[in-house]
Structures are given as C-alpha cells and as structure tokens.
Design a protein around this ligand. Structure first.
Ligand code: DX5
Ligand code: ZN
Length: 223
C-alpha cells in the first residue's frame, strides 16, 4: 500500500503546459489533477473541456478531473469524451449525487465525490460503496496556494474508519495545502491520493519534491 500523487496544474506555467506535462511524466507523477471552476460554485474561473482535450492528446497520464461547478451532471459526458479517467464532483453542488455517480460510471470513468471543509464526514457515508474515491478538501475550493486546514485530518480518519468498517478499498484524496510538512499528517490520517499544486511548482527540483511526498507502507510516519 502506497500513496499516489496527483499534480494540480492550476498554478503551473499554463503558457508552457506541454513542458509541464513532460516534467510531471519524467518525475513519475501518478495523475494529472484538473481543477474545473465555473465562477458560481466557487469564486474563480479556471479552464475546461478544450484544455482537457488538448492535454489528452499530449499525454496518456491518468486524468483526475475535479469539478467545482454547480451542475456537474450536465457536463459529465463532455469531460469523459475529453479524456477524463476519474471525475469528481461536489456533494454541495446542485445535483442529485446518485444521478451524477451513475452518469460518471456510465461514461466509463471512475467516480469521486468531494466535500468542502465545512461539510461533515458522515454526509458522504451513504455514497462510500457507490464511488471509487472521496476527495476531502483541505482548503476552501477556489484557489491554489492556500494553507492546509489542520482540522481536516479528523475528517479523513472518520471516512477511512467507516470505509474499513464497510470493507471497502476506497481511495481517499486530499486537496489543498499539501507539502512535505502536511503530507505525513494526511497519510497517517488515512488518505492515499495527494493532490499537490503550488508545492511542486515552487520547488526547484520536481523529482525530489515528488519523491519526498511518497510513503510506502501503511505504517505511521513521523510528522
Ligand atoms: C483548489 C484546488 C486545488 C489546488 C491545490 O480549489 O482544488 O487542486 O489547486 O493547490 P495547492 O496544492 O497549491 O493547495
Ligand atoms: Zn482540486
């Protein structure tokens, strides 16, 4: 059991996205995290379907699409066609969660459900056996480069405990403020997919940054 690193390109050099992707491939990053914002669900607008299509033509990296939009159901097929492998939507969006999960699976993608910092862990319990991944936001969604909210580690543990109780091998992803100091905390709490944005792109050595965030066993690591 080891963790996976999903690189958020939100704060990457977007003018040279192809170069960025080549570097991430060379550093053996497991997934490309693609943050979609509609300016309504969150107070920011990022990028969408055409950029994902372009990326899909350029790389076979696993595409982990994080939809921070109000009406995810409407766009599932378009993101699937644009090359998404995993599509994660927010429980707080104006949608029927089961309808979105079913649409994502029907499109051939893995399904993730995400909750914002103020949303309690038990709100996702009814969906744990329906999804492939739960994404716990460890910052308020909308912007990269924010500070990790420490209270979120308890939420991760609660979800991991419930998944274990149900006998599920659920992926738990964390997103926001992950760096060499916070990674051990979220690993010990039970998450196994780390979204990392600004920490990777600010680091002078990408390979070193990625390798420093990898944990190989289920044993607790020193924070
Ligand atoms: C925030 C996004 C994140 C963000 C992570 O709404 O979902 O994926 O880009 O960036 P860092 O690692 O800089 O917090
Ligand atoms: Zn994200």
């Amino acid at each position: 059991m080891k963790n996976q690193i999903s690189a958020s390109i939100l704060n990457a050099d977007l003018l040279h996205l192809e170069e960025v992707v080549r570097k991430l491939e060379a550093a053996k990053v497991d997934m490309l995290h693609f943050d979609v914002m509609d300016g309504v669900f969150v107070n920011n607008i990022s990028f969408g379907i055409p950029i994902l299509s372009a990326l899909s033509e350029a790389t076979s990296m696993y595409k982990d699409v994080h939809l921070m939009i109000t009406d995810p159901l409407r766009y599932v097929d378009a993101f699937a066609k644009a090359g998404a492998d995993m599509i994660t939507f927010h429980l707080e969006s104006e949608s029927n969660p089961m309808a979105v999960i079913n649409a994502i699976h029907s499109s051939g993608c893995k399904a993730g459900i995400s909750i914002k910092p103020a949303t309690p862990a038990d709100t996702v319990f009814p969906f744990l056996d329906k999804v492939d991944m739960v994404l716990v936001m460890t910052v308020e969604p909308g912007f990269g480069g924010q500070g990790f909210i420490h209270e979120m580690t308890d939420k991760i543990s609660e979800i991991r405990r419930e998944a274990d109780k149900m006998g599920l091998s659920l992926m738990i992803e964390v997103d926001g403020g992950i760096n060499h100091e916070t990674a051990p905390l979220v690993w010990n709490a039970g998450s196994d997919v780390f979204v990392v944005g600004s920490y990777l792109f600010r680091h002078s050595d990408l390979v070193e940054a990625v390798n420093g965030l990898r944990f190989e066993s289920q044993e607790a690591v020193k924070a």
